[in-house]
Ligand binder design. Structure first.
Ligand SMILES: Nc1ncnc2c1ncn2[C@@H]1O[C@H](COP(=O)(O)OP(=O)(O)O)[C@@H](O)[C@H]1O
Ligand SMILES: [Mg+2]
Length: 301
């Protein structure tokens, strides 16, 4: 994590694109704000856009803008986020969700450094630093042709991989204390701290939702502690107490079957439920996969 932050500060001053990868909730967006704050554009706007939240046509006009009459309901000219972020930083969050059609247009904007609003023939110069974040494996998406290779290389001039919380366990307690302090201030409930038993549970848990999950768990704990000076076990979420969400790869208590089941599910999900593809990715025959799915109760029959 220190290496990631050091690199983030170094690249902040250079105006290059940066691609941040890592699981959801690890702090990617937070780091992009840090990059912006340390850059020469710090006084300019920082505009995050969640590319996964909008359908294709809306995303296009959000990013590039549109002119009056470009489509039904376009009753006036609309400046896109590229123009709004002028002299600042634009964060394309969940960049892996951008549909191929918009990817082409995005690539053109990056190459020509100018945007054309939807429905317009004029172009406007853009002066924006582009940052991108994703929890998807873009390289894999490039191989599957769901993400353009040329755009991928444009975005990942510098790439930063933010590690999951379970890979930097030393961060758990400092973050937990910080979130508890903040919770106490938000709810005006007087200072409270975590009991030793609670700390122990926080350390034992694998935090699949990463920092975001820890943040929510601590806010909840402060509320449930109802002004008591100590946060006890009963104030923690049940999954933390039970140790659910333990990561397969470093939990020695899991059986081989547990790990296999989990891995098959993960690959199946990545392959969008397509069994042939899944079998190929797992390096096993289709009928072997079929048998395992049945054996594990993952399919009927
Ligand atoms: N080092 C940190 N210190 C304090 N809060 C953090 C830290 N890292 C992440 N967070 C918080 O955790 C939550 C998730 O972070 P975010 O940057 O949105 O993650 P991501 O973009 O990777 O999903 C946010 O509320 C953020 O403020
Ligand atoms: Mg995010």
């Amino acid at each position: 994590m220190r290496a990631v932050l050091a690199l983030a500060e170094r690249v902040a001053l250079v105006d290059s694109p940066v691609l941040l990868t890592g699981e959801s909730g690890v702090g990617k967006e937070r780091i992009t704000r840090l990059i912006h704050a340390h850059s020469r554009r710090a006084r300019g706007p920082f505009i995050p856009v969640n590319c996964g939240a909008l359908p294709e046509s809306l995303l296009e006009s959000e990013l590039f803008g549109h002119v009056k009459g470009a489509f039904t309901g376009a009753d006036k000219d609309h400046k896109g986020l590229f123009e709004a972020a002028a002299d600042g930083t634009l964060l394309l969050d969940e960049v892996g969700e951008i549909p191929l059609g918009v990817q082409v247009k995005l690539l053109r904007v990056l190459q020509d450094r100018e945007v054309r609003r939807v429905g317009s023939t004029e172009t406007h110069a853009v002066n924006v630093r582009l940052l991108a974040a994703t929890n998807r494996d873009l390289e894999q998406m490039v191989q599957e042709r769901s993400f353009r290779k040329d755009l991928f290389y444009r975005l990942k001039v510098v790439s930063l991989e933010v590690p999951p919380l379970r890979r930097r366990r030393e961060d758990i307690l400092p973050l937990a204390h910080q979130f508890v302090r903040r919770g106490c201030a938000t709810y005006h409930c007087g200072p409270c701290s975590l009991s030793a038993a609670a700390l122990d549970k926080l350390l034992a848990y694998n935090w699949p939702g990463n920092v975001r999950e820890l943040e929510h768990a601590m806010e909840r704990a402060v509320v449930l502690a109802e002004g008591k000076p100590k946060i006890e076990l009963t104030d923690l979420p049940p999954e933390v107490l039970q140790g659910n969400g333990a990561a397969a790869e470093d939990d020695a208590s899991l059986t081989l079957a547990d790990v296999e089941r989990r891995h098959i599910l993960r690959v199946l999900e990545r392959c969008g439920g397509r069994r042939k593809e899944t079998a190929r990715a797992l390096g096993i025959a289709s009928n072997t996969l079929w048998r395992k799915l049945r054996e594990y109760g993952l399919i009927q029959g």
